[in-house]
Design a protein around this ligand. Structure first.
Ligand SMILES: [Zn+2]
Ligand SMILES: [Zn+2]
Length: 215
């Protein structure tokens, strides 16, 4: 017999950047769903593409970090670190990572990076600058919840949110610090809006199935 106890969810410790490397955004040409990954955008509806050829990671050595003003994650440090790092090989992650050494404490740390060299950015690539640091294409999977906007990057993000918010008991996992779940805005979790968020997530899942957005 099925247990009728409360549904529990444990925080897996995932960080938002680990799943946000790939996202569904609005196509700048037809407004349909487009895949945005590592600086390249490809529309699923009209096949519009921009952002250069798919990055050949093997040839990349130094790349710019995704964050504009990265900081050293070492405890007791937090000093600014260069926004350029050495590409991390292997790992098999979708998200390109780069290693940076902190000039203040000497610690090395890994950061999400873009498949772009400092030279490419330094050449005055205004379009790149606008896209990644200021506007960026708007996210495709969004719903208004009162005065707030619920935005989902991709299916992994959707399912993590649905499982977490849908549970009756949410427990801290083994990972300390600001995990994705620990950083969720308060309005998503308060009793009044949580039901609306869960309903919106169900709605987004149906939209993804309907439009064939598998991942
Ligand atoms: Zn399009
Ligand atoms: Zn440091």
């Amino acid at each position: 017999m099925q247990s009728t106890g409360p549904i529990r969810a444990s925080d897996s410790g995932v960080r938002l950047w680990q799943i946000a490397g790939f996202k569904w955004v609005h196509c700048p040409r037809c407004d349909g769903p487009a895949r945005s990954h590592a600086g390249r955008l490809v529309c699923k509806s009209c096949a519009y593409a921009e952002g250069g050829p798919a990055p050949n990671r093997r040839r990349l050595r130094e790349v710019v970090l995704e964050k504009h003003h990265p900081r050293c994650p070492a405890r007791q440090c937090g000093a600014p670190v260069p926004a350029v790092g050495r590409v991390v090989r292997g790992g098999g992650s979708e998200q390109l990572m780069a290693v940076v050494r902190c000039p203040t404490c000497g610690q090395t740390s890994q950061h999400p990076a873009l498949a772009l060299t400092p030279a490419e950015v330094g050449r005055g690539n205004r379009r790149f600058w606008n896209r990644f640091y200021r506007r960026g294409p708007s996210l495709y999977l969004t719903r208004g919840i009162g005065a707030h906007t619920l935005a989902v990057y991709n299916r992994t993000h959707l399912e993590l949110l649905a499982a977490w918010l849908g549970a009756d008991l949410r427990e801290r996992g083994p990972e300390a610090g600001l995990t994705m779940m620990a950083r969720l805005p308060r309005w998503m979790k308060v009793a009044g809006s949580r039901d609306r968020v869960i309903k919106a997530l169900t709605d987004i899942r149906e939209q993804m199935d309907r439009e064939g957005l598998a991942d």
